[in-house]
Design a protein around this ligand. Structure first.
Ligand code: GLA
Length: 407
């Protein structure tokens, strides 16, 4: 009898193994554990900081297809695309519901032609298309997050033609940030479509220490507000972000950047002088340059800031070394950023309420005193000529003088 039982088991064993194998093939990818393999490879994107436009700072949740089309049309024709702005990114609140199978849909009220058609429209203008989601159950705007749907969502984005994902951190409870971001990174990779991953967990879990092969950038602070300084609930002023982001310079490099948040240039809360400082500092800090204003309706001053090719070139320098403060005399600062051609971008930064003279000397920026270096002002677009030893200038209140110093 016992023998017979054995035979029965043996007879059914291959079948049982077969069933297990067959089941293996149908593992729900949403339940896969993320790969924290130390040998994981970066996706190869963002060799220089990403540039583009994002809907949040200006439009918040009031974003729709018509607006995005107007933005894409403008970016392709007003010179922005030609100086490097590449990604058109829709932030929060584009979502509809999940369908019966759990796939995310777009709000057809706001996006009547659908995301695929909109991505095609953006691509047809020589631009790339970005979207937003969140690692938790809900986005910060209360829309469906990607938790438990990571592979499904990545697949949907790839089908739509998404090139960029900003991935936020609301409603994440006790989730581990590294695992959560690695999971979405793996899911994006599995689609086979190159998708830049912009991580947005506000620096809570020190993403600069683990994020460099998981994503292409990580936010380092809470949200920017369109103000020089000071906290308002969840958001902080421009110079508050600078102070938090500056010490992180060792962590940035090609493919992985400290993200000081999106630009407020042109949104009206700061003066043009302050916006010039904002743009210069973001360029020096190799932060992504993501315009956050209504680019279809810009003042000449705003346009001159966002389209300043000489400043953008500093941000996009292939060496990818984040600039830093090399002297701090209270309200008066000197910043330097080594560039790939052996020159330095230098900022004289005046945080005070009145104009002040600020000086930089060559040894401070790693040059010998006697070298006659070419100094070029990248805001006035003027060459000052060959100068030995030092350079000094009168800097407006809350302003910068930004020069390129070439030995
Ligand atoms: C968070 C992010 C912002 C923006 C909003 C959208 O606050 O940090 O950049 O994406 O969510 O709700």
């Amino acid at each position: 009898m016992k023998k017979l039982a054995h035979l029965v088991v043996l007879a059914f064993l291959p079948f049982a193994v077969g069933v297990a194998r067959a089941q293996d093939q149908f593992v729900d990818p949403n339940t896969l554990r993320p790969s924290l393999d130390p040998n994981r490879k970066a996706n190869g994107l963002a060799r220089t900081p990403q540039m583009g436009w994002n809907s949040w700072n200006k439009f918040g949740c009031n974003i729709d297809e018509k607006t995005v089309r107007r933005i894409a049309d403008t970016m392709a024709t007003n010179g922005m695309r030609d100086v490097g702005y590449e990604y058109v990114v829709i932030d929060d609140c584009w979502h509809g519901e999940r369908d019966a199978k759990g796939f995310i849909t777009e709000s057809r009220e706001k996006f009547p032609s659908g995301m695929k058609a909109l991505a095609d429209y953006v691509h047809a203008r020589g631009l790339k298309f970005g979207i937003y989601s969140d690692a938790g159950a809900k986005t910060c705007g209360g829309k469906p997050g990607s938790l438990g749907h990571e592979y499904q969502d990545a697949l949907t984005y790839a089908r739509w033609g998404v090139d960029y994902l900003k991935y936020d951190w609301c409603s994440t409870g006790t989730l581990n940030a590294e695992s959560a971001y690695a999971l979405m990174s793996d899911a994006l990779k599995a689609t086979g479509r190159p998708v830049l991953l912009a991580m947005c967990e506000w620096g809570n879990n020190r993403p600069w220490e683990w994020g460099n092969k998981i994503g292409n950038s990580w936010r380092t602070t809470s949200d920017i507000r369109d103000a020089w300084k000071g906290r308002d609930k969840w958001s902080i002023g421009m110079v508050d972000i600078v102070d938090a982001n500056e010490p992180l310079y060792p962590y940035a490099g090609p493919g992985h950047w400290n993200d000081a948040d999106m630009l407020e240039v042109g949104n009206g809360g700061m003066s043009d002088t302050e916006y010039r400082s904002h743009f210069s500092l973001w360029a020096m800090m190799t932060s992504p340059l993501i315009a956050g204003n209504d680019i279809t309706n810009m003042s000449a001053a705003t346009r001159d800031i966002l389209l300043n090719k000489e400043v953008i070139t500093v941000n996009q320098d292939p060496l990818g070394q984040q600039g830093r403060r090399i002297r701090d005399d209270g309200d008066l600062e000197v910043w330097s950023k080594p560039l790939s051609d052996g020159s330095r971008a230098v900022i004289l930064f005046n945080r005070s309420e009145s104009p002040a003279k600020i000086e930089v000397n060559w040894p401070e920026i790693g040059l010998t005193r006697s070298v006659r270096a070419d100094v070029r002002d990248v805001w006035s677009h003027r060459s000052i000529g060959k100068v030995a030893d030092r350079y000094a200038a009168l800097v407006p209140a809350h302003g910068v003088i930004m020069v390129k110093v070439t030995p």
